[in-house]
Design a protein around this ligand. Sequence first.
Ligand code: SF4
Ligand code: SF4
Length: 92
Amino acid sequence: MPKVIYNYNKCTGLADCADACPVEILEGSESGRWCKPVDDEVKNKAALDKYYKEVDPNDSSKLVIEFDLPECIECQACVASCSQGAIEIESD
Ligand code: SF4
Ligand code: SF4
């Protein structure tokens, strides 16, 4: 399953990655600070749970986080769009 890996130490939250994604599985967070898996509790429940439970803005060691996103087609458009080098895609 493809993994989307965000490094929130680098992410500025302007959502270029979300805009670039052809399958619309990324979005900005409510805080506007970071992007995350799109809010779809059916498709992305595990990833959303991980985002809300594990990301700790006060602990930089918890700001690199992998999300399993089965709908990702590994096109790398998000990676190319990110001027901060804050997102990677890995095949599992
Ligand atoms: S394009 Fe990069 S810096 Fe911008 S929100 Fe996405 S991951 Fe963060
Ligand atoms: S690799 Fe393509 S499909 Fe996967 S999250 Fe990035 S832009 Fe979307």
